[in-house]
Design a protein around this ligand. Structure first.
Ligand code: UTP
Length: 287
């Protein structure tokens, strides 16, 4: 059983400026919960009990969000606001959280490398802290863990995107018997237009064995002058099998403004409290 997860959440969030000047993008809410809480809930629902969040300067709000606020809990208790109180206590008990600083923002690969001593020799999950993966089937991390339990090798979540968007992502080449589970045989980070080996991109969730750190330590800066996780994975792929699963669910990249707007509407339409008023409002727009 995999019990550890790493959540990179140190990035600048330049795509969401000026909001991200003082507030971490991982604290952007969908309705009333910050993105990173959804991510931690996904990990906890998959049986993860120890989580390392990789942060940088200016990300204190993340730590504070997951720190029990006893005086607030006391006040809610005294004023009889039990459902809010239960919600806060539920957050406190999701998982054991640890934090580490990424000193220089040298890229996602470097962020994951900060987890080396936390991980030790255990296999572990990586969940990007700015992306919610919703699924009516089962948490996407659980879907990947099922593949890991079967194959015992690294697994990533895959999503099909339009060919003209592949240059934003890590893209795989691979083969599949069922168009769901892929054996990966090539990886490229942000391919130039027309150069992508497929339209299957890595969708912000990964399961690794600890030997990914050997490859990360040897990975030089790549695209965007950053240490790319995809480059370390490509080196590992030369020695070991790696799988990709077209997951059952939807990706919400909240660091992207349009995705944030669409996701807010989708989450409102799924919520008991907001479905009707938001539907009424959208209809009234007569678009
Ligand atoms: P992104 O590229 O989406 O994050 O990285 P970013 O750099 O914050 O975003 P923009 O492009 O400037 O808007 C994906 C994930 O990797 C983390 C980010 O926090 C995000 O969760 N990351 C990225 C780090 O933790 N450290 C880094 O040096 C880079």
């Amino acid at each position: 059983m995999i019990k550890k997860a790493v959540i990179p959440a140190a990035g600048f969030g330049t795509r969401f400026l000026p909001f991200t000047k003082a507030v971490p993008k991982e604290m952007i809410p969908l309705i009333d919960k910050p993105v990173i809480q959804y991510v931690i809930e996904e990990a906890a629902a998959a049986g993860i009990t120890e989580i390392l969040v990789v942060v940088s300067r200016g990300k204190m709000a993340i730590q504070e969000h997951f720190n029990p606020e006893f005086s607030l809990e006391d006040r809610l208790e005294k004023s009889g606001k039990t459902s809010l109180l239960e919600e806060l206590r539920r957050i406190d008990g999701l998982a054991r959280l640890h934090f580490v600083y990424q000193q220089e923002l040298k890229g996602l690969g470097d962020a994951v490398l900060q987890a080396k001593s936390f991980v030790g020799n255990d296999p572990f999950a990586v969940l990007l802290g700015d992306t919610v993966l919703s699924s009516d089937y089962k948490p996407v991390t659980s879907q990947l863990l099922d593949v890991y339990a079967d194959r015992g090798a690294a697994v990533v979540a895959l999503e099909e995107v339009p060919q003209d968007l592949t240059s934003r992502y890590g893209v795989i080449a691979g083969t599949s018997d069922d168009d769901s589970l892929y054996e990966i045989n090539g990886l490229v980070e942000k391919p130039a237009p027309g150069k992508a080996p497929s339209n299957l991109v890595i969708a912000s969730r990964y399961i690794f064995t600890a030997d990914i750190f050997d490859y990360l330590e040897k990975t030089p800066r790549g695209k965007g002058n950053e240490i790319q996780l995809t480059d370390a994975m490509r080196a590992m792929l030369a020695d070991k099998a790696m799988y990709g699963l077209k997951f059952n669910g939807t990706r919400h990249d909240i660091g992207n403004k349009l995705d944030f707007i669409i996701s807010t509407i989708e989450f409102a339409l799924k919520s008991e409290e907001f479905r009707q008023p938001v539907t009424d409002y959208l209809k009234s727009l007569e678009l």
